[in-house]
Design a binder for this molecule. Sequence first.
Ligand code: ZN
Ligand code: ZN
Length: 395
Amino acid sequence: MDKNVDFSSLSIREEVFELYEEMVQLRRDMHRVPELMFDLPFTREIILKYLKNLGLKIYEQVGKAGIVAVIENPGPCILLRADMDALNITERNEKEYQSIHTGNMHACGHDGHVTMLLIAAKVLSKMKLSGSVKFLFQPAEEGGHGAREMILDSGYPVLENPSVDSVYGIHLTNAVKMGNIVAAPQWASCSSDYFFIEIIGKGGHASAPFLTIDPISAGCQLVVTLQTIVSRNVDPKHQAVLSVTMFHSGEVFNAIPDDCKIRGTIRTFEPEVRALIEKRIHEICAGIESGFSCKVQLRFEHFYDPIENNEACANQCAATFKKISPQGTRGIVAPLIGEDFFYFTNARPGCFMMLGCGTDELDAPLHSPSFDFDERAMLIGASYWVQLTLDLLSP
Ligand SMILES: [Zn+2]
Ligand SMILES: [Zn+2]
């Protein structure tokens, strides 16, 4: 046991604690067989088998591969979400439960998310509630927009029937010590946009550059100038990241190429900052075009919006968490990660919370081939789900 985690100070709910072995088993079964995107046959089978034993109303193919289990009562309706998919990463951990799907790995903790929600569903299915709960198991969080697919599903649009009043999500993270959370009052994840730039010059012999329009010189200048956007245009009280992640041009020693391809990503929170950065990229590209007499083509792809928490919901989540971890701290600054839970918070008030699972031994970040988490963190998460539901829907 990590000496820095004082487990005795936590108030794990008794009904959850009794299911710890079952919890570990579920998580390890899923961890061994990580599946990607919408193709989740084994993971779905585990979830469906477990839910069917609870006698809940189940919708099986929502958003292609999503599953929703519903406890229905008169009163308000809340939605609790877990994502199911893994990543195309080769696991470096050598554990008894390591991935047997070579090349795939649960490196984002989604096996833990599913497990915590299953356990909560089991506990809550035996309780009296004054409202409805939708336990939502989502496919394709890792870049496949699975949340959007589930919301837009024509057979069972998950935010309707009954209409959902508020939405909640948990993400495990080793960046926060176990027993603590980040529950941001507003921005819970950043926007994630991509830019694609192509500089079209005029190639020629390397010995006669004056007869060419050199796209490499123009590209280098462009990359350097892009770096001034965050440092010189964005107000330092806002957070933003601009990273150039690809620069391809030329093939040989003795020729200046025709073109240069540059790609990168922008991360930020506020829509004004997002718009400012885009505007500056346009202006810089136009400046490079006239300054170097080349052509610059620019295209953006808006991949993820930021998750905007509702402040009252976030405060409720923090208050609930305090009951589970009275000495835990609440962080309010979200990490610069992208998450497709924004499809839910764009439609309904809610809160996406980072649940600390970090210990001295296990501190590899999300998406690392060495990522693993202390499974006792699932006791905290499942207790939190149960407590949150009771706090929101007590008879
Ligand atoms: Zn991830
Ligand atoms: Zn994730």
